[in-house]
Design a protein around this ligand. Sequence first.
Ligand code: ADP
Ligand code: MG
Length: 694
Amino acid sequence: MTASLKPILAPRSIALAGVSSRPDSLSIKLLDNLLAAGFTGKIYPVNPRAGSIRELPCHPSVTAIGAPVDLAVLMVPRDLVIPTVEECLAAGVGGVVVITAGFREGGEEGAGLERQLVSRLRAGGVRMVGPNCMGVINTAPDVRLDATFSPTPALPGPVAFASHSGALGVAVLEAAAEAGLGFSQFVSVGNSADVNVNDVLEYWEHDERTRAVMLYLESLDEPRRFLKVASRLSARMPVIALKAGRTAAGQRAASSHTGALAAADTAVDALLAQAGVLRVTTLKEMFDVALAAQSCPAPRGRRVAVVTNAGGPAIVAADALATHGLELAPLTAATQAEIRSFLPAEAAVRDPVDMLPSARPEDYRRALGSVLADEGVDAVVAIAVTPPQGSALEVAEAIASQARECAKPVVAVFMTAAHFYPQAHRVPGMPPVYRYPEWGVRSLAALVRHSERRHEREGEVPVVASPTLQGAVARARWGYLPQAEAFAVLEEIGLPVAPWRFAPDLEAAVQAAEELGFPLVLKGEGKALVHKSEMGAVQVNLSSPAAVRQAALGMADRLAAAGLQLDGFIVQRLVPGGREVILGVNRDPAVGPLLMVGLGGIAVEVWKDVVFRPAPVTTGEAREMIEALRGAPLLGEFRGRPAGDVASLAAAAARLGALAAAVPELAEGDINPLFVLDQGRGCVAVDVRLRLAP
Ligand code: ADP
Ligand code: MG
């Protein structure tokens, strides 16, 4: 799989099919880029009507080249693409990039041609990037490939970039050159008819020069494969993704809580989170984070020292640190004394270190040296507004001199004249430069998030099986399972349920009550009883057989009056207290089963405090989901109440996720509520709905 992309991304020879001799054509721009980048292999222009282009002799066809060709770049008119591909196959070409457009993106006819194109290439065992793409770049010194129309050459660097949009990709390359962002490789995947982003990510896993990955995505091809590949890659380097557009979420049955809480973008978010991908929401943020990833070592913690020559921006930075869950580092007395020794008495030497506007480049150098040496500092934000003494560039040099010696990340914030920025990134060892403190802090925070991610999957995916559920599937019993069966399913997969009995009628309910013991809850069973309490079909806190009898009579009357069918009762032990949590599963048409954990109770749809991940998850991942809830502290020790049994909650969530993954017909399910008891006492479900669909 991976080796098959080598002819495309590291070719020794290139045929340019359809390169025009017109000096203003796009295709000649691509040839010019190849030449300008200093491609280290051979270039064969193919054009039956031209003798030579840019002093390179032209060949009438790919087959006429008569020498081995690794990569063929096709810029021929659409209807010549397939015949040219036939030539490529006959000539034994290693791989192709099809720039030509007018395929799937142009309607049904184009889509048909694209299918033909792919099946020809697959039959020939040759991989293709495109069609409808902007080409590929590899800045490796032994390759020096720029087969794009990019108006500006890509700076060499550690960032690999794949883009669904070619035009946007090229625009990003242009802006990147200005910001000092350097690329190892760039792939415009176009229509991804053959090679898609996952293939490219797999290739980058083995690329020594790539230390960060940037993705512009408009869709997720093969989401489950993306999850695997991106997880492996993100364990080794930051993977930054901008996912634009919303998924076609399909028709979601929103009758469950989980369905209602899953927004259109939920599945993508869940998938990216699970893969450890840093999701950004704007191009600007994608850039900013990539800049930090390009030059910063991985932060070891969240404690940040701010060094500044102006108070205001430092306060903004401190606020941004708090917003992103980072902290101002408590500088040691020794560090503070050291800084004090060379600054005026009015300067602040606690974090933020405010050196005042009089700060000289030399002060930056010394202050940075001190804070970077402090054991309690994990990262530094160096801020400078236009200094009255010395130039911003001298300050930048001072900052760079310390940052490049150090294994801790430094980000620089310069609030100064526009001409400074393009110069700044040419300073050797310059850390990433941002115009505003929030931007710098946000980028640093992304690196912290990445390095805090647990790289090993902690815990295991539980192995579960439910004969009851399998039986219902086998008998094609689509729709909601009766409560008794749904409770049985939970028990079979090892998820504790409050003791319960099904009673077909009133007498049986009283009998069941006596067997179970009090206090009890009585619930109605019936197809139409979806939200039972709203329909008067739940009676809690019944403490005698007489109370059960009365409640059952009352319930039967109420439901009859409302014209709702009652098929019997569930009698269940009352669970006293506990924190109400909701667990859910539903299914995304592209991503497949999703697991949801949230703070439950009747207000779940109001607070929407829920976290989704693709199922199955390990118990460790279920714990991460729980920790990611805004209301997570409510599950810990809280106002004198002992902590909840989070470990058993994680186990229960993982079991439900495993069930959803094992039984594709489980379309959606809610456990609401699951009571989380005090630590050591486990958790217990009291209500569950499971829906099967073919
Ligand atoms: P529905 O969600 O269909 O209205 P539930 O079975 O969830 O019905 O019951 C409604 C509420 O009653 C629950 O959210 C919970 O607060 C309470 N409840 C239900 N069963 C029990 C039980 N066994 N122990 C304690 N409280 C319960
Ligand atoms: Mg409920």
